[in-house]
Design a protein around this ligand. Structure first.
Ligand SMILES: [Zn+2]
Length: 61
């Protein structure tokens, strides 16, 4: 349920149209800065990246 921006909604006006100002990549996190297309309210969302090299392969018998 988390990590998707489908349900993102402006807390000020309730519209769901956001313009992505910029995307900043951190070590394990992606931060997206958006501004509401309707009222201009700025919202930042964080998405955690999966570290593929840290995952252990699953073995099935
Ligand atoms: Zn708005």
């Amino acid at each position: 349920m988390m990590g998707k921006d489908v349900g993102l909604e402006c807390t000020a006006c309730g519209c769901r149209h956001f313009l992505v100002d910029r995307t900043v990549k951190h070590e394990n996190t992606i931060v997206r800065y958006r501004s509401c297309r309707h009222c201009g309210k700025r919202v930042s969302t964080r998405e955690s990246m999966r570290i593929t090299k840290a995952t252990k392969p699953k073995r099935r018998n």
